[in-house]
Every structure is written in structure tokens, then in C-alpha cells.
Design a protein around this ligand. Structure first.
Ligand SMILES: C[S@@+](CC[C@H](N)C(=O)[O-])C[C@H]1O[C@@H](n2cnc3c(N)ncnc32)[C@H](O)[C@@H]1O
Length: 222
């Protein structure tokens, strides 16, 4: 599918971009996500990035770890197109970018214990108290993500927003029986002096903002 982001740039999502309308009805059960990739990639570990934005982290991470399959989730159509086009131009065969809402995707479409890791970098902070309920990280979301994550699988979270970080800590504490907190370690995409190497990290770093980061590890099955 070829489409235009602006008057000057034509974007091509190729085989990489998947639209929500291509997904089956939300109540039809988990999808065979491994089957979205070439047959020889079926057994590769699967990782999710939620809120891929323009795809800066996704492109670098997928490029540096070719043995892993990645699914980027982005609900803003313009960014979704941009990220998918960018992955296509980098000829990445280990990435799909889906235009959908992340909570729905994790809860309804992701098979149990299928994710080795989920990356959540600079999620929208929804700072007004009356909008806090729109924040991605909620107790119910952490529970759904726990179901979707393989034993000992990880969630990496980074934000620049101190109030949202407190909120994330509070909600992680409420599911402390499911996840244990670990100090942050950088993913492969991070460049020198970076935490993760996403677009927002680079923008906020130039503004001198401090960052807050954690890893949640799913308790291994006993
Ligand atoms: C602040 S931007 C950060 C983008 C990127 N992670 C980075 O660090 O540069 C947050 C992105 O997450 C997307 N987003 C927010 N909530 C989402 C949700 N529930 N499902 C899918 N995408 C979401 C937004 O459209 C936006 O592109």
C-alpha cells in the first residue's frame, strides 16, 4: 500500500504495516503472531514495542538483533505509516508495525506466554488528573501483559514524567506478586550515553530533562 504523509513524501508500508481493519474481530481469540513472519522465523523470540512513534527505536533495535521478531504497536495512523515505511526501507524482515490500541492488542490478540519482552518508551503521560485513566499503565494492563509474557520475560519502561513514574511504581507495587522490579539495563538500540535511543529520548535529552526507568520481570513459573 502506498500512501502520502505530506505533500512531499510518499510512504510505503510494504509487507510490514498492518491496519487494525485487517485484524479479525476482537473476540475471535489470540492470533498466531509467529505466523506473521517468514516460516524460517517462526521460532524466533517475539518482542513488542508499544507506542513506536516514528520508529526510531524499533528500526535500530530490530537491525541490531536480527534473531528476534518485533511487533510495533502505534495507534496514530501518521506515525504508524512513518514507522512501517522506515522499517521497509531498512529491509527489515523481523518487524511488523500494527495500527491498533495496545491494551486491546495485548488483551485480545496476543497468545499467552508468547512475549519475551515488551518495550514501553515515553508513553503519553496524560498529566491532568481527570485524564489519568487514559494512561496505558494500569493494574489491569499489567495483569494482561503478565498473561501474554513468557516466564522470566521483561517489560522495560522509560518516562521523563515524574508523576507518571510514581503512578507506574504504585501500579507495579499492586501487582508485585506477578512482577519483580529490576534496575534498568539499556536495550541494544541505545547509543553511547543513551537509555534506549528513541526519538523522544533524543528530543528530551536536548532539553535536559531527567529520565526515570525500570524493568519488570515476570516471576518464573514455580
Ligand atoms: C510520546 S510518544 C513516544 C514515541 C516513542 N516511543 C519515542 O520514545 O520516541 C507516545 C506514542 O505512543 C502512541 N500511543 C500512546 N498510547 C497508545 C496506545 N494505547 N496504543 C498504541 N499507541 C499508543 C502515541 O500515538 C505516540 O506515538
Amino acid at each position: 500500500m502506498t500512501t502520502s504523509l505530506s505533500h512531499t513524501k510518499t510512504l510505503d508500508i510494504g509487507e510490514i504495516g498492518i491496519l487494525d481493519e485487517q485484524l479479525p474481530p476482537w473476540d475471535s481469540g489470540p492470533l498466531d503472531l509467529a505466523g506473521w513472519f517468514d516460516p524460517d522465523r517462526r521460532d524466533c523470540p517475539l518482542e513488542l514495542e508499544i507506542g513506536s512513534g516514528k520508529g526510531t527505536f524499533l528500526v535500530n533495535q530490530a537491525d541490531q538483533t536480527p534473531g528476534t521478531n518485533y511487533i510495533g504497536i502505534e495507534y496514530a495512523k501518521q506515525y504508524w505509516r512513518h514507522a512501517a515505511d522506515r522499517c521497509r526501507r531498512h529491509q527489515l524482515t523481523n518487524v511488523k508495525v500494527v495500527r491498533t490500541e495496545a491494551d486491546l492488542f495485548v488483551r485480545r490478540y496476543t497468545p499467552p506466554e508468547s512475549l519475551r519482552q515488551t518495550h514501553i518508551y515515553f508513553p503519553d503521560p496524560w498529566p491532568k488528573p481527570r485524564h489519568n485513566k487514559r494512561r496505558l499503565i494500569q493494574e489491569s494492563f499489567l495483569r494482561s501483559l503478565h498473561t501474554a509474557t513468557a516466564p522470566s520475560g521483561l517489560v522495560r519502561i522509560v518516562t521523563d514524567h515524574p508523576d507518571y513514574y510514581e503512578w507506574i511504581e504504585h501500579h507495579a507495587d499492586r501487582v508485585a506478586d506477578l512482577w519483580r522490579r529490576l534496575p534498568f539495563e539499556c536495550p541494544q538500540a541505545a547509543g553511547p550515553g543513551e537509555l534506549v535511543g528513541s526519538n523522544f529520548e533524543r528530543k528530551y535529552r536536548r532539553q535536559g530533562r531527567p529520565f526515570h526507568a525500570m524493568i519488570l520481570e515476570k516471576y518464573p513459573a514455580t
